[in-house]
Design a protein around this ligand. Structure first.
Ligand code: NAD
Length: 307
């Protein structure tokens, strides 16, 4: 198809001002503008964070997120709509966020920040704080996020162990397990970090049995999608002391409901699905979109295409 009008949907506002991306792409030989839902009908292609039924009328959708679990993949395929995602840009941002969680747990920063907001001068117990070298992080999912996390926590002295569908090795990881051996892989790790996409195969992957398999001094980190975890089972494991704590960026329901026990549990860090935030986000997404506009012009296959 011929690309004449590319719309940047207002829903990207959750991550960056849409006008920033429009400005960044102003050198493209196509008309680029901010559109609301009604304006989608006038576009051949749309950059969006959210899914709306009206996007089924465009030729190409670019998702500003890596996860495309909210898009109806079958309907898109039936309608002949191409879908590309933003996988590939979140390794450093999410990696640094995860390193922050691990450092907070080891150095007890989350506790001290919480005390400070109440003006309490409260030090950790003598045996609470530790350092990261010598600990192991089992990273479940070895794509952009998993490798980014492995790189950065590896540099802090943590031994990164990977879990993927095969057990073939990757340079970022010291050891590798197949996902069929998940419970064996997570059994010895001080940190278990989830970086898989949400699919039929990963929904509920972390259930009561998985938390049972973890060490009782282990911390659980989820920066993937909430539904990869059985959240009530996680709450129970935390309450029972089956694991030591958790850092969670994603939840079954977002925003996390006010009455969720996770908000106030000891050694639970809650962040608002912001692990990948950076002021460079619109540039990172823009580079993928610009590359794909060039590919369309040259009649080449799109990169990052999911449908
Ligand atoms: P990616 O495609 O680069 O990597 C995903 C990896 O998971 C791939 O290596 C794939 O082979 C593997 N995988 C798929 N199914 C699997 C299974 N059943 N068992 C084991 N491994 C499996 O994607 P990414 O950029 O690393 O992102 C991964 C997911 O993280 C996204 O789908 C999204 O849901 C989530 N994400 C969250 C944030 C955030 O802000 N918290 C940011 C980016 C991505």
């Amino acid at each position: 198809f011929e690309l004449e009008r590319l719309g940047v949907h207002r829903s990207v506002d959750a991550i960056f001002p849409p006008a920033e991306l429009v400005g960044y792409l102003s050198d493209l030989p196509v008309d680029v503008s901010v559109v609301d839902e009604a304006g989608i009908a006038d576009c051949d292609a749309i950059v969006t964070r959210n899914y709306f039924e009206s996007v089924l009328d465009v030729e190409w959708i670019h998702s500003t997120q890596a996860g495309i679990d909210r898009f109806p993949l079958e309907a898109l395929a039936e309608e002949g709509v191409a879908l590309t995602n933003s996988t590939g840009i979140h390794g450093r941002t999410v990696g640094e966020t995860v390193a922050g969680y691990l450092l907070a747990f080891a150095r007890r920063l989350h506790d001290q920040i919480a005390s400070a907001t109440e003006r309490r001068w409260e030090r950790p117990e003598w045996d609470e704080a530790f350092t990261l070298p010598g600990t192991t992080a089992c990273i479940v999912g070895t794509g952009t996020l998993g490798r980014g996390v492995a790189d950065i926590v590896g540099a802090l002295g943590v031994e990164p162990v990977g879990v993927r569908r095969s057990d073939d090795t990757l340079p970022e990881f010291d050891r590798m397990y197949a996902v069929d051996d998940l419970h064996e892989a997570i059994a010895d790790a001080e940190f278990v970090i989830v970086t898989v996409p949400l699919t039929d195969a990963t929904r509920g992957l972390f259930d009561a049995a998985a938390f049972e398999a973890m060490r009782d001094d282990a911390y659980f980190v989820n920066v993937a999608r909430g539904a990869v975890v059985d959240e009530p089972a996680l709450v129970e494991a935390l309450a029972a002391g089956d694991i030591a704590g958790a850092a969670l960026d994603v939840f079954e329901t977002e925003p996390l409901p006010e009455d969720s026990p996770l908000w106030t549990m000891d050694d639970v860090i809650v962040t608002p699905h912001a692990a990948a935030y950076t002021r460079d986000y619109y540039r990172d997404v823009g580079d993928i979109v610009r590359d794909n506009v060039g590919r369309l012009e040259r009649g080449e296959a799109l990169s990052n295409q999911v449908v």
